[in-house]
Design a protein around this ligand. Sequence first.
Ligand code: FMN
Length: 256
Amino acid sequence: MIELAKSHRSIRSYTNQDIDDALLNDLLLAGLRSSSSGNMQTWSVIVTRDEARKRRLYELHGDQEFILEAPVLLTFCADVFRMREWIRVNQSKQSFDDLLGFLTGAVDAVIAAQTICLAAESQGLGICYLGTTWWAAREIIDFLELPKYVFPVTSITVGYPAEDPPLRDRLPLEVMVHREKYQPMSDDEILTRHADRERNAWARYTANEDLRRALEEAGITKVTDFYTSELKYSKELHREISEMLLETLPEQGFWL
Ligand SMILES: Cc1cc2nc3c(=O)[nH]c(=O)nc-3n(C[C@H](O)[C@H](O)[C@H](O)COP(=O)(O)O)c2cc1C
């Protein structure tokens, strides 16, 4: 199990081999066993296999090519709708239509997603998460006909790998783990601890000819410049998506 987790790589190229229904069912069953807050299981997953529907989701996820290649796309949702329906039918006191209800469901959904990722990888499948789920949340809600009190949180592509990428670097453990209390780093430590990341990520970006040219044209010389530039996660983009989420969450019933 530890070796499996330590060998994880996101897979962005898939063969045309389909995933057997029984295997997919088993992966979902593994996800079902995940811990969940109060055992309420406030999550759900939408399985997309249909080519035409997958194409539409591919468009909503910003045309990431590997979505078309993957035989299965899973959209994980925070879901307090089902729990609230049970409460309603039993005429119990209603709850969970608030920010905490959303966060509870979102954590449950991500835990289940990661269980399914590990289960899939243990069977020789590859996965890739799609952060664009937040970006296209409103359109995904409409397309998947998510009722009020259900919100998409993350998505994963699943399929048989057609690539064998190297492991991507990670920051050292000491940067991530704090013993007993949080230990902020000095400026010098920050640069030293991120030196490998700076070198590896820059080498990866500039190996792509189109990206190398775009970086040059934008005058970008550091990895952190890139992260907050219009080429990746600019402040403007973050603001725009945050504003959309702050509108969409209440529309879906998650606020005070
Ligand atoms: C929440 C989340 C969202 C992600 N979104 C995308 C995405 O939209 N497209 C993509 O190609 N990779 C995406 N990834 C994959 C990351 O880029 C990848 O995990 C990271 O670069 C580390 O690489 P590795 O998983 O191969 O170790 C996402 C990962 C996470 C956890």
